[in-house]
Design a protein. Structure first.
Length: 152
C-alpha cells in the first residue's frame, strides 16, 4: 500500500492508498516523502488547500474500513457543514440511534480518515471540546480555521 507523509500546520500527516482509494490518514510520520502516486499527490494538494482555507470539501475516492455502525457514523460526519459543529447526541440522532452517543464517540475515535471525514466537527454537550485522535489542540485549530474561513 503506497503511503505519503507530508508536513502540515498541525504536524506530519501520513496518507495511505489502497487499490485506487484513500484508506487512512494518520497524525505523525517519520519523514516527508515525495508522493509515490498521483492519487496521493492529489490528496496532499487538497489538504494543502484545506489548510490555506481554500478548500471546504474533499473530492477524493475514500474507502474507510469499519463496521456497519462505524460506516453510518462516519457518513453522518460528512453531512456536517464546513465551519459548523454537532454534538455527539446530534450525530447519534442523525443515524437513527439517539441513545448511542458513546458508541458514536468510539466510532469517531476509530475514524481512519480524520480531516477527510470531519470527526473534529463533533463536540460535547454545551460546546465543550472532547476527545480527538490528534489531540484537543489540533481539534481546536481545525475548528478555528474552518469557522474563520466560513465567516469570510
Amino acid at each position: 500500500m503506497p503511503a505519503f507523509t507530508m508536513q502540515s500546520p498541525i504536524g506530519l500527516l501520513t496518507i495511505e492508498e489502497t487499490d485506487g482509494a484513500i484508506t487512512a490518514l494518520r497524525f505523525g510520520g517519520e519523514t516527508v516523502s515525495p508522493p509515490p502516486t498521483p492519487l496521493l499527490q492529489h490528496a496532499a494538494q487538497q489538504l494543502t488547500e484545506y489548510f490555506a482555507a481554500r478548500r471546504r470539501t474533499f473530492a477524493l475516492p475514500l474507502r474507510p474500513q469499519g463496521t456497519a455502525f462505524q460506516q453510518a457514523a462516519w457518513s453522518a460526519l460528512c453531512d456536517i457543514p464546513y465551519g459548523q459543529t454537532r454534538t455527539y447526541a446530534q450525530q447519534a440522532a442523525a443515524i437513527g440511534r439517539p441513545k448511542a452517543c458513546r458508541a458514536v464517540g468510539m466510532a469517531n475515535h476509530c475514524n481512519p480518515l480524520p480531516l477527510f471525514i470531519p470527526c473534529h466537527r463533533v463536540i460535547g454537550a454545551g460546546g465543550k471540546l472532547t476527545g480527538y485522535a490528534g489531540g484537543l489542540a489540533i481539534k481546536r485549530f481545525l475548528l478555528e480555521l474552518e469557522q474563520a474561513a466560513a465567516s469570510e
